[in-house]
Ligand binder design. Structure first.
Ligand code: NAD
Length: 260
């Protein structure tokens, strides 16, 4: 018996990085999957990678924007129609946004980033919690960030949205524990995904790899995290083994957030 046999897991941002890594891990352990992303090609690639490690896996792909409430309602409905329930929800899609000092960050950019990273997570919780409350079971993992528990700098929209994700996790965890539903957040440090590469390119252009080396030189473990390390953590947090972890934020950053 594996941890995700007969379990249904819904993942946003499933077409890349951390969402894909979590999909691979839970699929290896028997999960039926619905992967949501804006990026159709990314979704197809994720499906191929999942089928390579779990040939029997049921994998449904949905192209949708988490910042559009109606689209979120639809993919949650789709998951329930297709598989009858939702056991785990990795509420993960997000963007970093342009880096700039607060006064120059820009209202449009601020609204864009908050709309995806915070409103998107809220919409996901709104619709999935209704399903899980009725079931009397379920686990949600929201993706926050070190930028959601510490000041990082030059990331007003990202910091506001990720601190908001932590707030939503604590608030709703307190509300829904009584229904057998647990809600947690993860706070990753720099994990080497396309998002982090993009961020390093914003700072260093062609020299982004050098910038990356300098960036991790201050991490206690002197390296970037690996997407599969997030996959292991998320799989544990979505599994029944982590039912009593609720309204909690779990850092996964090599210890960096304790150094700032
Ligand atoms: P990524 O860019 O590799 O993957 C993010 C995925 O989300 C992409 O496939 C993208 O198409 C999708 N997405 C973006 N906006 C969307 C929208 N509006 N609707 C649907 N899908 C959308 O990045 P990642 O590193 O895997 O990031 C995943 C999450 O982890 C994000 O919330 C990010 O803020 C968070 N995070 C990442 C790191 C890191 O170091 N990689 C650290 C802390 C937090």
């Amino acid at each position: 018996m594996t941890r995700f046999e007969n379990k249904v897991v819904l993942i946003t941002g499933g077409g890349s990085g951390l969402g894909r890594a979590a999909a691979l891990q839970v699929a290896k352990e028997g999960a039926k999957l619905v992967l949501v992303d804006l990026n159709k090609d990314g979704l197809e690639e994720s499906k191929q990678e999942v089928l390579a490690v779990a040939p029997e896996a049921a994998v449904e792909l949905v192209e949708a924007n988490v910042a559009e409430e109606k689209e979120v309602e639809k993919f949650v409905q789709f998951t329930v129609e297709k598989f009858g329930k939702i056991d785990g929800f990795f509420n993960n899609a997000g963007v970093e946004g342009k880096q700039n000092e607060t006064e120059n960050y820009g209202i449009d950019e601020f609204n864009r980033v908050v709309n995806i990273n915070l409103n998107g997570v809220f919409y996901g919780m709104k619709y999935v919690l209704k399903v899980m409350k009725e079931q009397g079971s379920g686990s949600i993992v929201n993706t926050a960030s070190v930028g959601g528990i510490r000041g990082v700098g030059n990331q007003s929209g990202y910091a506001a949205s990720k601190h908001g994700v932590v707030g939503l996790t604590r608030n709703s965890g307190v509300e829904y524990g009584q229904y057998g539903v647990s809600i947690k957040a993860i706070a990753p440090g720099a994990i080497m995904t396309p998002m982090v590469e993009g961020s390093l390119r914003q700072i260093g252009g062609e020299n982004w790899e050098e910038v990356g080396k300098e960036f991790v030189s201050v991490n206690p473990m002197k390296r970037f995290g690996k997407p599969e390390e997030i996959g292991y953590l998320v799989a544990f947090l979505l599994s029944d083994q982590a039912d009593f972890i609720n309204a909690a934020v779990v850092p996964i950053d090599g210890g960096q957030s304790y150094k700032y």
